[in-house]
Write a protein that binds this ligand. Structure first.
Ligand code: GLA
Length: 741
């Protein structure tokens, strides 16, 4: 059993293949955290220590026992009101504005299978999936504040074979008086000791998910977003790793938020050198009223632990995301190689131009054309048109149906770009329904890319836009949708009268409702998420869109860093990546086509350029790239991923995609530095089967796995910047080798 309970001791243990998690209810009814780490047995309450601590309050029932204080004991659900001065997960205000509560244990429920959350995405345990089988379990622990009549249910989902534990919180007002949630986060981990580094992923538009590793000192490290999206600026992920941890060594913990709106992550080292790590909704714009009988869900956090370094932690998250977050037909399918019109023509295209792009791309082996921004309303620039999801027939020279047929006749599938959550002031939709946009009465709105946000917290807005969008998608043979979101949310206000503190959360519920309907009504359509590239790259979106445009930056060298940061949690199959023209549109850098292709194969792979501008030699090279992609696509779609270098500090960027059964591995290397009389870089491979030989498919040469993993492969020393190399190794069993000798 994944979950074991000792009812007498009120001791709860969650076990996965390699990890254990334990908590207990103490004599006063507080739920204390005991342990998360390498799998073990026994009662870990010996880890708790009790000392007389000055200025740390004691519960009334402790009757003056100054060695008992919530100010230093490790907890499962810290809240404001019990004497804990550290960061807390939960704050609730009663009708008089008093912010206080007292939550005590009231019972538990154990269920087979993994819980779901109404209206919110979450990890699912697929019975048909060999990874989880039927062994997933759910534990619900109930805490109650009897004065407020507030029930808090802590949900724990255990997916044993994935080494994944999930958490979510259901909050209920079972009384007769309303109260307001001022902070409602989902998960925390308390560490009574340890010397740790925090790893976070910061960035900006066109330069997302840079990895930052910093030693955890006293005080609080806070990351977050109040932008209404998970954001380019910080990804909703926290990692806490041993100060000495490497890819293969050390205790590593991770948390990832399954939510696409604002979030806050905090890591605090307290006065006793204990560390608290917590993740969930941002509290800054939250003041959620909970009336009698109402329920609120704090979205899911996915947690994992590895005793063997960061590589395994990442693989746990990647595997979980790919097979237990992503859904639908494309979860397991190799994605079509696409060509996108954006960097090829921006707003400047006609129907004929798209057909020309499609014909040129078809000759190269491309399988789908994506018509990006500029096809609807009066959209010839980014000043107008959003909200008017009707094809501009004058510009395109034909109806959408005719255009799609013409593209299909070239042999390509057809995909389309939309930004359904947005509206321009210069649009028919806005002229008709100005109150559907989020604006504050009496004030000019703050614009972002000249556009406003539609109020998706209102069902009638979601319904109306859904009718438009689904009407377009049904009107022709459209097989792919790029769902974009190109500004942050300010001026949070719903003209429907919702209180400000609930709009942002309800907005995200509206978005998820829309995306759920799309998944239901268009099960064969591939949806790619996007928010100015990777501004909403999170497990929440991946539940609805199995891939996300990773960044508006298509420069192969910048992408190495962006994709490196992304790999800590997200699988390669979710990373939208294209080869674009040189000099690059974002950096002006010129990188060889071979290197651009290799980097885009660290993702879903496609092109974003005009084939008519390519030389014959380049066309030949692209044909070969597409054949290569097809050859390796199973490793990209289903394989595991290893980082083999750190492109922020090493002279090379190197990564490995390999089959879980260790039968083959694809090694990619890009040289980031070139110098006179170069020293040699060796790339140490990982995850090969030891004592075996691997054959390089290009040369037929056989290499001993042990030496490849211990010393590594020497990277050729050649002249020229940003050279790249690839090796495809296949396992040759040792027995076969000796027989052949
Ligand atoms: C965003 C996307 C781009 C492109 C443009 C179109 O920036 O990330 O790929 O679709 O919008 O306006």
């Amino acid at each position: 059993m994944a979950i074991t309970i000792n009812s007498e001791k009120k001791l709860f243990t969650l076990n996965t293949k390699r990890t254990s998690y334990q908590m207990h209810v103490d004599r006063y009814g507080y739920l204390l955290h005991l342990y998360y780490g390498r799998k073990t047995e026994g009662d870990m309450d010996f880890l708790l220590t009790f000392q007389d601590r000055g200025f740390s309050g004691n519960p009334y029932e402790a009757e003056g026992d100054r060695t008992y204080s919530m100010d230093f004991l490790p907890q499962e659900f810290p809240y404001l009101g019990n004497g804990d001065y550290r960061r807390v997960l939960f704050k609730v205000a009663d009708g008089n504005g008093t912010v206080d509560c007292d939550l005590r244990y009231a019972g538990y429920l154990l269920m087979d299978g993994k819980y779901t959350i109404p209206g919110l995405p979450s990890v699912y345990a697929d019975d048909t999936n060999r990874d989880t089988g039927k062994d997933a379990q759910t534990l619900i622990i109930t805490l109650v504040d009897e004065l407020l009549k507030l029930k808090v249910e802590l949900y724990y989902g255990v997916l044993p074979r994935l080494d994944i534990i999930t958490r979510a919180v259901r909050i209920e007002n079972y009384g007769t008086v309303p109260f307001t949630l001022e902070k409602a986060q989902s998960a925390c981990l308390d560490f009574v000791t340890g010397d740790y580094d925090a790893i976070t992923f910061y960035g900006r538009h066109a330069m997302e998910r840079n990895m930052q590793r910093s030693h955890v000192g006293h005080g609080t490290l806070t990351i977050g977003s109040t932008r209404g999206t998970s954001s380019h600026q910080y990804n909703p992920v926290l990692l806490l790793v041993d100060h000495m941890a490497t890819e293969d060594y050390g205790h590593c913990y991770g948390m990832s938020f399954v939510y696409s709106g604002g979030f806050k992550g905090e890591i605090e080292k307290d006065q006793y050198n204990q560390i608290r790590m917590q993740l969930g909704l941002h509290d800054e714009l939250l003041a959620y009223p909970l009336n009698p009988g109402e329920v609120f869900w704090a979205p899911e956090v996915v947690m994992s632990y590895s005793s063997k370094g960061m590589a395994r932690l990442s693989q746990n998250f990647q595997r979980c995301t790919r097979r237990h977050i992503c859904r639908g037909k494309y979860r397991d399918a190799v994605r079509p190689v696409l060509i996108n019109s954006w960097e090829a023509c921006y707003f400047n295209f006609t129907g004929d131009k798209l057909v020309e792009l499609a014909r040129g791309a078809k000759e190269l082996g491309v399988e789908m054309l994506v018509m990006d921004d500029g096809w609807f309303g009066r959209r010839n620039d980014d000043m107008r048109g959003l909200g008017d999801w009707k094809v501009n027939e004058e510009k395109m020279g034909c109806s959408l149906g005719e255009l799609v047929s013409r593209i299909n006749e070239t042999g390509l599938k057809f995909g389309i770009w939309m930004e359904p959550e947005m509206v321009n002031e210069d649009s028919d939709l806005y002229r008709e329904h100005p109150d559907w946009a989020m604006t504050i009465p009496g004030r000019h709105p703050v614009l972002g890319r000249n556009q406003l946000i539609l109020d998706f917290s209102r069902k009638e807005v979601v319904d109306a836009i859904y009718d438009q969008v689904s009407g377009i998608l049904r009107s022709a043979n459209i097989e792919y949708l790029k769902w974009d979101f190109n500004r942050s949310i300010f001026n949070v206000y719903s003209h429907a009268g919702l209180t400000q503190g609930q709009v942002l959360y309800d907005y995200v519920l509206g978005l998820y409702d829309f995306l759920e309907r799309l998944n239901r009504d268009f099960p064969d359509m591939l949806i790619e998420g996007c928010s100015g590239g990777g501004g909403r790259f999170d497990m929440g979106m991946l539940y609805y869109t199995p891939q996300i445009w990773c960044s508006d930056n298509t420069d192969a060298i910048d992408r190495l860093r962006i994709q490196y940061g992304t790999s800590f949690v997200y699988p390669v199959s979710s990373v939208g990546a294209h080869v674009s023209a040189v000099p690059n549109e974002q950096t002006g850098r010129t990188v060889a086509l071979s290197t651009r292709g290799l980097v885009a194969m660290g993702g879903t792979f496609g092109y974003e350029l005009d084939p008519a501008k390519l030389s014959d030699a380049e066309k030949d090279q692209i044909r070969q790239q597409i054949l290569d992609f097809k050859k390796y696509a199973h490793l990209i779609t289903h394989g595991l991923y290893y980082r083999l270098s750190n492109p922020f500090s090493d002279g090379i960027a190197a990564w490995e995609m390999f089959a879980e059964d260790q039968s083959e591995a694809l090694i990619s290397v890009v040289c980031l530095e070139v110098h006179g009389n170069m020293t040699v870089n060796y790339v140490r491979l990982r995850g090969l089967r030891k004592d075996c030989f691997y054959r390089d498919e290009a040369t037929g040469k056989e290499y001993p796995a042990n030496a490849l993993m211990q010393i590594g492969l020497p990277v050729p020393v050649e002249m020229g910047e940003y050279r790249s190399y690839r090796w495809h190794f296949r396992l040759v069993k040792k027995a076969e080798l000796s027989a052949a000798e």
